[in-house]
Design a protein. Structure first.
Length: 54
C-alpha cells in the first residue's frame, strides 16, 4: 500500500513539474515575441528618422 501511495505522489509531483516547465517555456516564448515586436518597431522608427534626416 505504501509503495502505491509513494508512486502516486511521485507521479503527481512529476506532472506538476512538467506543467510548471511548460508554463515557463510559454512565458519565455511570449516575452521573446514582445521583445521581437519592440525591436522591429524600433528599427522602423530608426529608418523613418533617418529618411527624415536626409
Amino acid at each position: 500500500m505504501s509503495l502505491q501511495t509513494e508512486s502516486l505522489a511521485r507521479a503527481q509531483i512529476s506532472a506538476r513539474l512538467g506543467e510548471a516547465q511548460r508554463r515557463r517555456q510559454g512565458h519565455e516564448l511570449a516575452r521573446a515575441h514582445r521583445f521581437s515586436r519592440r525591436a522591429e518597431h524600433a528599427a522602423v522608427q530608426a529608418r523613418l528618422a533617418l529618411a527624415r534626416a536626409l
